[in-house]
Design a protein around this ligand. Structure first.
Ligand code: PLP
Length: 266
């Protein structure tokens, strides 16, 4: 694969993902992309399509940061952080939320809370960000086994396959399944949005087996926009959720994890 192919591939993935196109309508040729690169060094302004993480804070955001009232967050006395957490909890329909530096941290910490005992396992997609790109943090930091299941092209996992992978609780030889992790929108599946019907079915399945659902909602607001529902309508089917502010929302970093008050306090 040449560097041009790499850039082209990334651009297509970006268009499928962030712009939520089901199929790319227009695939730029390498020549077109070279032309775009040349234009970027001229006075013509171009949109950098390599990633949705490239967005930068707007002037208004910089002003808000400069003028933010701050306090000691360890004592829970930073009014700006407290307000952000309250707003996020409310938007996500959860009792509480916690600001953390990255979405990787939000995902890892969430699963660590759900799997606080030993010999535990979570079911997740083999193409999920948590399985592919988070440096096996669940295993490294929590001794938690990730049991991966094939992701279908729409970002879902087959419900029967999930159910078949849930371990019996009465077998001392096997780790104990504690959670099912979903990703919405699904990064490696081209930004695909899980349907409301599907997320509800996963939650029902989890409930039937006494499991919890963690939702990697790094780009949850994209999903809510496409589904035309408030984010809380999606997150009602998850016990915990993480959302990134650095994906298309102009923040250099920052994520939120949300759930019940007990979950956040732990
Ligand atoms: C679906 C998904 N989850 C989690 C993350 C991790 O985010 P962060 O880079 O903030 O750790 C990403 C990053 O691209 C992602 O695409």
């Amino acid at each position: 694969m040449t560097p041009q192919h790499g850039l082209r591939h990334l651009s297509i993935r970006f268009m499928q993902g962030v712009c939520q196109l089901p199929e790319p309508k227009w695939i730029p040729s390498c020549r077109t992309l070279n032309a775009i690169r040349c234009l970027s060094s001229s006075s013509v302004s171009v949109i950098d399509l390599r990633s949705d993480t490239l967005t930068k804070p707007t002037q208004k955001m910089r002003e808000a940061m400069k003028n933010a009232v701050v306090g000691d967050d360890v004592f829970g006395e930073d009014p700006t952080v407290n307000e952000l957490q309250d707003v996020c909890a409310s938007v996500l329909g959860k009792e509480a939320s916690l600001l953390v530096p990255t979405c990787t941290m939000a995902n890892t910490a969430s699963v660590l809370v759900h799997c606080s005992g030993r010999f535990q396992e979570v079911i997740l997609g083999e193409d999920s960000h948590m399985h592919m790109y988070e440096l096996a943090g669940l295993a490294q930091l929590g001794g938690i086994q990730g049991r991966s299941i094939r992701n279908l092209p729409d970002g879902s996992m087959d419900l029967e396959e999930i159910e078949a992978k849930i371990r019996p609780v009465d077998d001392v030889h096997q780790p104990w399944t504690k959670a099912i992790c979903l990703e919405n929108t699904h990064n490696r599946c081209g930004g695909k949005v899980l349907t409301m019907d599907y997320v509800k079915k996963v939650k029902d399945l989890a409930k039937k087996h006494g499991l919890v659902v963690h939702l990697d909602g790094a780009r949850l607001f994209n999903a809510a926009t496409v589904l035309k529902v408030p984010p809380s309508e999606i997150t009602q089917h998850a016990d915990s959720v993480s959302v990134a502010f650095s994906k298309g929302l102009c923040c250099p970093l920052g994520s939120i994890m949300a759930g019940s008050k007990d979950f956040i306090d732990l």
